[in-house]
Design a protein around this ligand. Sequence first.
Ligand code: GBH
Length: 479
Amino acid sequence: TTVSSRGETLAFPPGFVWGAATAAYQIEGGVREGGRGPSVWDTFSHTPGRTADGHTGDVACDHYRRHADDVRLMAELGLRAYRFSVAWPRIQPDGSGPVNAAGLDFYERLVDELLAADITPYATLYHWDLPQALEDRGGWTDRDTAYRFADYARAVHDRLGDRVGTWMTVNEPWVAAVLGYGIGVHAPGRASAAEAFRASHHLLLAHGLSARVLREGGAREIALTLNLAPVLTPGRLNDPELTLSEQDAEAVDRVDCLINRQFLDPTLRGEYPAPVLAIMDRHGGLGHIRDGDLKTINQPVDLLGINYYTPCVVRSEPGEPANAAYPGTEDILFSGAHAPTTAMGWAIVPTGLTQVLTRLSRDYPEVGLLVTENGAAFDDVVTGDRVHDTDRTAFFEGHLRAAHAAIEAGADLRGFLVWSLLDNFEWAEGYHKRFGIVHVDFETQRRLPKDSALWYREVIRHNGLHRERARRPTLEAVA
Ligand code: GBH
């Protein structure tokens, strides 16, 4: 592996937040419990051919029933923070109207268990499980969904606002819009560039409207979470300082606008980048953007959540076939990075995290930063009662070194949450792809902390990488 593991001590700032993240549909199961209504992911996963082997989130990690045990496990692993998502269809089974008290009760119990275990709860309001009833009325392509979302946010905050300090509005609007509406590999499975742009805008509007509601309700910290990726050329992957041709520089900028700035600029600056507007205009027009929307979207946020997995590698050269996830880039070739990959096929490039963080602190200096997801799927093997996932530990070690380098360069990074606490329903990939630091046997629901979880516990205990602990097992230890 090329992931660095030089083994020296690396201390993080005092108070640095260490934890793990999950999302409701990926772990809860109990899809018909407690008055929950159907979401687009229930519909999608039950539609033949949509997910690997027809896997669904019907049972998942059975966390809906096992939450108390799972919180105990988090405490044993030394986690200081836990980011979970609230399932909108548990709170409003039809996406609007009366609140289902049983749904709020569930999250209240979870939050109380976390607080009792001295684990700080971070609540995400939307991690892709849109109530099906709203999808039936147009879903995120319909402007009204954003207003319904603000109502839902108010209901959740009214009940939990006294106990949850940090609120994340929307998780990865790019994924929700592009994979869900643009190319259809995620729920609701629609495939239209024009619809994806409308959906993106309405997700941003939902962020702004709900951020306003949360602020009025006295929320301590308001955040949104974006999937951000440095956009590189194959040459830049090896040499970040490499001077690009004019064509490559423009290709990089256009893709950066689509994946990163389409979300960063409206939320943090109140404007869309010009290249995004030009591409949008050619895919359905700009009619969905109304006067005042950008002002609404540009609410003050305290924290930006960064989900980092892998960089985006492009160059100016016609892509065959065109990458449908990036409309308006038919003259750009998306290539893989020449680097080792995870079981998802995603290139492992820890320095990409340094680049994302230092870029954010340079271009958007007013917002605090939190890594809300970073992690990797590997083909784990259970040996007795151990999972020796050295590849995952090396992945985290590399990315923590990269995060630390960004802090040293001045980035205001406040914490790091691994994706994910548990192996879980990996969306279109079903249960085949395991991202957990805890192994889950989906037959028995047995939880088994992987070696990476034991390693992470030591990282948390030392507030960083510690020489003795971070080192590979010695020969004696192995023998
Ligand atoms: C996150 O999305 C989700 O928030 C989480 O629910 C999910 O389980 C987790 O990641 C793992 O998938 O161009 O082929 O190199 C991550 C979304 C990952 C989207 C990387 C773009 C680029 C793939 N992103 N991906 S590729």
